[in-house]
Design a protein around this ligand. Structure first.
Ligand SMILES: *Cc1c(COP(=O)(O)O)cnc(C)c1O
Length: 481
């Protein structure tokens, strides 16, 4: 985004790329949206994209590729073993992170499977700034436990703290000191996903490294959301102002023993991988790649994905190629804040997070305010977001609800996909919805899977609130879509 001053004074981001391939979109009218979400059991995961205008469900595997990435895919070398494509990818990873050893995997959670199986034993505890769903699943699957040591301020909805993803260093040191052997590794997550894509600072990571060195513990970095975190370090951390993105990446990598990533996010491609400078760690993890992923020179990725990733990683080093996401999100957060809509601040990477606890403070948590808001926002806009609240939790063994700390509607902005007018449309409809929030009602399950119920559970409204919302929409917007 160029730092351009508009003569008229308006402060808006300006893209340093142009769109050369487009996909036709469809915007169903409000009655069609009502029919579609009812058909989908009031669960946005069950909507078909033919009924979705702007798909803000996730940033995973849906970021826009560059022309160079697409071109590279045509030159891939298809071979089971010894592919030139793999050599190019492995060399690029080494160039960027300074890590000579690379293990390919089919996506981020596959890396987590390999790392957890290699290092986590029953009774182990893995301290981390914050958990991610798939990370926690793999660690607990191996009999380990996750310990979140995010600093208290990280969980505040509204804040002006620039690095809400930082680890509490004192808590980390005192926990490890109690029994270092219980800690197989410490994990830091870049662009902390579940608390709103919030970054850690380089300074904080260096302190975590010092504690790990002091007690001889392995430091693992989840770099899936690294590109946003790099941008925030560059623009928010005073001491890094004059470093290039490439230099910041090297400094981050130099702190860590093992780095892994989902290439569905990092590098705007698909796939994933684990890299390290340590030959012992490489040898410990390597046998699991042919076992779960595929041979060592593809690891479940297609050669075309690997070529796209090689170019995508290089492009991540270019600030202009990675700043559109966080700048658009910052714009969206600011506009919503100005209109009084409660959102997580400051804006992070990945998406804009609306605070459903306050937006729908008349809906009790057992009626899923964030799920209800996701449905209401789809009705009001045709845009699809994701519930991140109580619906995403699992019931307690006695059948009672496990209420989530936060009730969020996540509106992901896949990188480089939407235009500013589309973002403005989403903001406009959200502001309308906020003014009519008293019309939003709750949801209850009609079909509730025991695990991961948010993916494919079905719900119904607790009253006829959706009809009332649709009628108000018609009254306010006339025959507009
Ligand atoms: C998406 C994500 C993962 C998992 O990656 P997949 O490619 O979806 O398996 C792991 N960690 C973080 C921080 C993520 O955002």
């Amino acid at each position: 985004m160029a730092n351009v001053k508009f003569y008229a004074g308006e402060q808006i981001p300006l893209e340093m790329h142009k769109v050369r391939i487009i996909q036709r979109l469809n915007l169903p009218d409000v009655e069609q949206r009502h029919a579609a979400i009812t058909e989908a059991g009031n669960n946005t995961f069950l909507l078909g994209t033919e009924h979705v205008f702007l798909d803000m469900l996730t940033d995973s595997g849906v970021n826009a590729m560059s022309d160079r990435q697409q071109a590279a895919m045509m030159l891939a070398d298809d071979a089971y073993a010894g592919s030139q494509t793999f050599k190019r990818l492995s060399a690029r990873v080494e160039d960027i992170f300074g890590t000579p050893y690379f293990l390919p995997a089919h996506q981020g959670r596959a890396c987590e499977n390999i790392i957890a199986r290699t290092y986590v034993k029953p009774g182990h505890v893995v301290p981390m700034n914050y958990h991610f769903t798939t990370t926690k699943a793999h660690i607990t699957e191996m009999g380990g436990e996750v310990l979140e040591l995010i600093r208290e301020e990280g969980l505040e909805v509204e804040s002006d703290l620039l690095f809400k993803g930082n680890m509490d260093i004192d808590a980390l040191r005192s926990f490890i000191a109690e029994d270092p052997e219980r800690v197989p590794f410490v994990r830091m997550e870049a662009g902390t996903n579940l608390i709103g894509g919030q970054p850690f600072s380089l300074e904080n990571l260096e302190q975590v490294r010092d504690v790990c060195r002091e007690y001889g513990r392995i430091l693992v970095l989840d770099a899936s959301l690294l590109s946003d975190n790099l941008y925030f370090i560059k623009t928010r951390e005073e001491s890094c102002k004059y470093l290039s993105i490439r230099e910041i990446t090297r400094r981050i990598a130099a702190c860590c023993d093992i780095i892994y990533f989902s290439a569905r996010k990092l590098g705007s491609a698909r796939g994933g991988g684990i890299c390290t400078t340590n030959e012992t760690y490489f040898r410990q993890m390597r046998p699991l790649v042919p076992f779960f992923e595929g041979f060592l020179t593809y690891g479940g990725m297609s050669v075309r994905e690997m070529e796209a990733l090689t170019v995508g990683l290089e492009e991540t080093m270019d600030e202009e190629m990675i700043n559109q996401g966080p700048i658009y999100i910052g714009y969206m957060v600011d506009e919503l804040k100005k209109a009084g809509v409660p959102v997580i601040t400051p804006g992070g990477g990945l998406g804009c997070h609306v605070d459903a606890m306050r937006f729908c403070d008349h809906i009790p948590q057992e009626e899923y305010p964030a799920g209800a808001l996701a449905v209401a926002f789809y009705l009001a806009s045709g845009c699809r977001g994701m519930e991140r609240g109580t619906m995403s939790e699992q019931r307690n063994p006695d059948g009672s609800e496990e209420f989530s700390n936060m009730e969020l509607l996540r509106l992901a902005l896949p990188r480089r996909v939407f235009t500013l007018s589309q973002v403005k449309y989403a903001v406009d409809r959200l502001v309308w919805l906020y003014e009519n929030r008293h019309l939003i009602g709750g949801l209850r399950f009609t079909e509730e899977p025991e695990v991961l119920r948010f993916f494919y559970g079905r719900l119904e409204p607790t009253s006829d609130w959706q009809e009332a919302l649709v009628a108000k929409y018609r009254a306010d917007f006339g025959d507009s879509l």
